[in-house]
Every structure is written in structure tokens, then in C-alpha cells.
Design a protein around this ligand. Sequence first.
Ligand code: NDP
Ligand code: MG
Length: 343
Amino acid sequence: MTRIALLGATGSIGRQAIEVIEASPDLELVAAASGTTAIDGLAPLTQVGGDLTELLDRAEPDVVLNAVVGFAGLAPTMWALEHGVTLALANKESLVAAGDLALAALERGGGSIIPVDSEHSALFQCIQLGEPESLVVTASGGPFRGRTRADLVDVTPAAALAHPTWNMGPKITIDSATLANKGLEVIEAHFLFGMPYDRIDVVVHPTSIVHGLVRFRDGASIAHLGYPDMRVPISYALTYPARASTPVPPLELTTLEFFPPDHDTFRMLGLARESGVRGGTYPCAYNAANEVAVAAFLTGKIGFLDIAAVVEDALGRVTGAPAQTLDELYAADRAARDAVQLP
Ligand code: NDP
Ligand code: MG
């Protein structure tokens, strides 16, 4: 029996995780947490709001499935890494923000990270076949693929929330529309797989059938394919190295299309890469400024194109100095949020 603590149990990933756990006799939900939404009776230990690390101390899980959204996922990520508890990671923001501090905790704790993000689950599976030379992360392109900047001046939150292939929480759906999600994923791949940024490519693939591809030194490439359904990577992360059955149908092959990303229209992708290459707490600042900008867009305070402008401006106002401690990381996150100036 694998004892699972599910953080973010009421969200898009959380609800699908409950479905996966309930379908498997080998998985046991011992603790569940949300931010504000009630979740009574789901697990022996259930918590709304409050300190997630205290809940984990009491739950003693084998696996922490971190499906909290945003920087609020940092503390449970660090708890799992420090305690050597397997981290099934949906909350990419925590790894992007903590970077080297997270990897040092992973090393100290001696546990492992199994990615839940579909592209990274795909890459994780492909790299078990050999040492990768380079990685390809696919992007659906979001609801605004093919649009120009002029087309996007007045788009509404409702239009940005209508994702073509994935049904997800609001923050990541906006991140998918701006390509910030793919930017965060490039940084996530850098830290998960130790791959330099110039060997992580992004390609737009509108139907989200190919999730990731790994190129090897002998000229072979291995790709991971499947219908876009998060129950597959969630199930894989919770049952790894075994595979459980899911209700997802076997893949029927059809025409697959790939395009380069439009960096002029979707500047959040390039800004993420620049932040990653600059290193230090620039990825933390990118994530923090993006969280503030997305919240401002969703509440009608700024336009869609302002998201990238606001983040770029904020990145110019922070020092990006590396964090040696978690306290310094929290301070860098705070400084980046404070550096955001809304137009
Ligand atoms: P949702 O917005 O649907 O859900 C977020 C969850 O986090 C909710 O359960 C929410 O609780 C909880 N939460 C928020 N803040 C706190 C807090 N301070 N303490 C405890 N719980 C909190 O998000 P998603 O499920 O879409 O995404 C979750 C994470 O997974 C994100 O990092 C996202 O990038 C990643 N991810 C998501 C994918 C998807 O398909 N949805 C795909 C790949 C990655 P409440 O309901 O009370 O607000
Ligand atoms: Mg993803």
C-alpha cells in the first residue's frame, strides 16, 4: 500500500488524482489539503488552509502529490525533498522558484521527484532508455495560437480561459495562453533533468498527442505519445515504476503537426528562458511577477499583452542574487512581487 498525501485536493489535478487513487487498491489517501474549499471526509487527515508541512509531519506519507497552485506549493515541496519522501510534482512553480535549493534538499533527503506535468512525465519515461543529448517539450499553443499581437490587445479572461486541449485550473490556463506555462516548463526540465537551456527545445503541437521527445547521441529520438489526459501522468507518478490501468483509450494514430513558437507574440516563453540562463533568483522572480500579473489580468486590471510587459519590467527591477537559504528565497519572491508595477 502506498500512502499518499494529496495537496490541492479540490483542484483540477487534485480531483483527477482522487479518481486515480480510488481506482487503485494499492494506493491509499492518508491526507488531503485545500486552500479554502471544504473537503471533509476525504482522507483520515483532511485540512482546509493552514500549515501544509504540519499536516505532512502527522501524515507520514510515502508520496506527497503536490497539486497546489503557485508559490504556495514551495513549503511542501521542500518538506518532501528534505524528508526523502517521494515527491509527485504537479506544482512546477516550486521547483522553478527554488531551483538549486530544491536540488540540494533532494540530495540531502535521498528521495526522488517523479514529475506529474505531462511533458516532464513523458521526458522522464524516455530518458530511462539512455543518456539524453537534448530534450523537446511540446506546447499546444493555447487558445491564441496563430494570433498576432494586434489580435490580442483586447482579449478577455474568458477567451484566454478556453483552452483547446487541456481542462485545467485558471492560473495554468492563462499561463498556457501566454506560453508562460511552457516557459516555466523549460526551467522545470532544466532542474529535473540537469539539461542546459540551449538543449531544451519547445515546439508547438496543437493536438497535444506527443508530450515530449528525447534525442540521443546516436541519432535516435524517443517520443512519448498519448491522448491529453492528466490521469495518465498522475497514475504513472503514483505507481512508478509499475503501470496501473486507466480509463484512457489506446491511441489511434493520426496526422501530427509541429510548428515553431511565435516568440514575438508570446514573449513569456523567451523571458523564462532568459531568466533561467541568468540563474540565481531570476526564475523565482519570473514566477512571482507572473503570478501577480495573471491575477491582475483575471480581475480585469490589466490586458493580456500587459502580462509579459509587466513581468519584463519587474525582472529589470530585481537583483536576481542567488538565494543561499529558504528565507532568502522567500525574500526574493517578495521582492519580485513588490517590483511589479501595473500600468
Ligand atoms: P487548481 O486551481 O485547479 O487547483 C489548485 C489547488 O490548490 C486547489 O485545491 C486549491 O484549493 C489548492 N491551494 C491553493 N492554495 C493553497 C494553499 N495555500 N494551501 C493549500 N492548498 C492550496 O490548479 P490545477 O490543479 O490546475 O494546478 C495545480 C498545479 O498543477 C499547478 O502548479 C499547475 O501548474 C500544475 N499542473 C496542472 C495541470 C492541469 O492539468 N491542471 C497540468 C500540469 C501541471 P482551493 O480549492 O481551496 O482553492
Ligand atoms: Mg505541462
